[in-house]
Design a protein around this ligand. Structure first.
Ligand code: CLF
Ligand code: SF4
Length: 527
């Protein structure tokens, strides 16, 4: 987003996260399928959709939780694990676990046939009316299993036409299958692109399976790169919204991802999602076993910020499992195992789903209006503040855009970068649950402090005396004065107060250190 973008646009649709990366390349061919949106991407901001997005693009993203930061508070996605095989090897993947570029490794998925998958989708759709997107994201590669993937989409399209279809791929088989993708109206495709230089790629991919044989080294990376770029261009030309996922691997592709960002932008990518490498030794990946570390929170943020100032980035990815169900950041897959589905009464009621989603939209609009009012009030109270000062704050929230969660109940904190001008969502941090069974677990505190150690304050609905003292000792200000207020308003109000204390000499502004990115699953459910 450029500096002139308004707070209003960010607050409403998370536009900073969803504006197209740039003008698409020239269409390579008509391809015979819908081109809706392709031209729209080129003319972002020129027509009458909400804020500065053409209506047809807005219609595609407004209820897709990954393509709109704001939508992910309201709408859920689910994945069906119908694609077990893969046609390449990534050094950050161990096939015994879920695909680690789209999934949190650690638990083997329950693999499904297309028939089982469709039944599961209908079961989830009847229970979770805000589930709007079905994705195929592994546990292998969706397009290395084309029959299972497209059978699933075809059957689902017939039985649940309101559900958006989404897939994720490494891109090797993409050019050959673009027409099939268009045939089933799959208008959201994620390609994992970690390099645009085969020399870098050779350090990430030991081999690919191509033309009936295994290819290794730089040649493998070159072929993969060519297929990825070609596939991206073909999708752009056909108006399919593309998101690029990149795994940030320190020392291998960190600065290189800035070039990746440039190249995918040139080819019309809609979003770029830069994710931290997950490489715990116990996952058994090549990187994990060979000591390749993941990035720190500040390393990740630095690369994200370097890619167009964060304007075109997805920052709310939860690196979810290949069988995830629910809102991003929650996992309800255990409620929908095959044996549980067998016992469920599945009633897929399109009208009921639509009327529920209409209510969600009304609530969303009223939240938007209330938030704008609150933000304007907070900004009008901002005194003289150093325009260059920016700090991070961590926020405990359980939704509705408010500071409304007890410190002890948080399994993640949302991170906002605050200045006199704005409070901008820049990511989230997973933490171990502090409050277990009604009591504070003091041994969890150091890990929570490590996860938000680059923040100046943590905004919560409530916090106990013990964690309050420990946070203060670590230099992080616990703040419950803005409980239940809208997050951006709370963050700006706190910032104004912080700045006034600096101005009065009560405190001095100190830079914070770095923070760690928590790997793996949560240790417990919220109480
Ligand atoms: Fe799934 Fe991916 Fe579609 Fe989303 S996930 S296939 S685009 S519906 Fe989303 Fe999950 Fe991140 Fe993927 S939070 S890992 S970006
Ligand atoms: Fe694993 Fe996905 Fe890479 Fe295939 S593309 S090796 S499943 S991370």
């Amino acid at each position: 987003m450029d500096a002139s973008s308004s707070l209003a646009s960010k607050a409403f649709i998370g536009i900073g996260q969803i504006r197209p990366l740039g003008a698409p390349v020239e269409p390579v061919s008509s391809g015979g399928c819908s081109t809706t949106g392709g031209e729209g991407k080129a003319s972002c901001g020129s027509s009458g959709g909400p804020d500065d997005m053409p209506q047809e693009i807005w219609d595609k993203v407004k209820n897709h939780p990954c393509y709109s930061e704001e939508a992910h508070h309201h709408y859920a996605r689910m994945h069906v694990a119908v694609a077990p095989a893969c046609n390449i090897q990534c050094n950050y993947c161990n096939r015994k676990y879920d695909c680690s570029n789209e999934s949190r490794p650690g638990v083997v998925s329950q693999k499904l046939t297309p028939e089982q998958a469709v039944k599961k989708v209908l079961a989830v759709a009847s229970e979770i009316p805000q589930m709007t997107v079905l994705g195929v994201a592994g546990p292998g590669d969706s397009l290395a299993n084309p029959k299972k993937t497209f059978d699933t989409f075809r059957m689902l399209q017939e039985s649940a036409p309101d559900i958006k279809l989404c897939l994720s791929t490494n891109g090797l088989a993409l050019p050959a299958l673009v027409d099939e993708i268009c045939k089933y109206n799959i208008d959201h495709v994620t390609i994992t692109i970690n390099m645009v230089d085969p020399e870098v790629g050779a350090k990430i991919y030991p081999w690919i399976f191509w033309d009936h044989k295994r290819v290794t080294g730089i040649e493998a990376a070159r072929i993969l790169h060519e297929q990825q770029m070609k596939g991206l261009e073909m999708l752009t030309a056909r108006g399919v919204l593309t998101k690029i996922n990149s795994v940030l691997i320190p020392g291998i592709n960190d600065e290189h991802l800035i070039e990746v960002n440039r190249e995918v932008k040139k080819r019309g990518a809609f979003l770029h999602n830069i994710m931290p490498l997950i490489s715990e030794p116990e996952h058994g990946t090549y990187f994990g076993l060979n000591g390749q570390r993941g990035p720190t929170a500040q390393e990740l943020k630095a690369v994200q910020d370097s890619c167009m100032g964060g304007a075109n980035l997805m920052r709310h990815c939860r690196q979810c499992r290949a069988d995830a169900v629910g809102l991003l950041g929650e996992d309800r897959s255990e409620e929908f195992t095959l044996d549980k589905i067998e016992e469920m009464e599945i009633v897929y009621d399109l009208d009921k789903r639509k009327s529920y989603q209409d209510k969600v939209e009304i609530e969303r609009q009223s939240q938007h209006a209330a938030k704008q009012e609150a933000l304007a009030a907070a900004k009008s109270q901002m005194g003289e503040v150093d325009p260059d000062m920016k700090v991070l704050v961590a926020v405990a929230t359980e939704g509705h855009g408010r500071v409304n969660l007890h410190f002890g109940h948080a399994t993640e904190f949302q991170i906002f970068e605050v200045s006199a001008e704005q409070a901008l969502f820049v990511g989230h941090r997973r933490v171990d649950l502090y409050c277990q069974g009604g009591y504070g677990e003091d041994e969890q505190l150091p890990s929570i402090v490590k996860a938000i150690n680059d923040c100046h304050a943590v905004l919560v609905a409530k916090i106990g005396a013990c964690p309050r003292d420990e946070l203060k000792a670590a230099g992080i200000e616990p703040v419950d004065a803005y409980a239940h207020e809208f997050i951006e308003k709370a963050a700006l109000s706190w910032f104004a107060d912080y700045a006034s204390r600096i101005a009065s000499g009560e405190i001095t502004h100190q830079p914070r250190g770095d923070a760690s990115i928590r790997q793996g699953a949560y240790t417990s459910e919220a109480a």
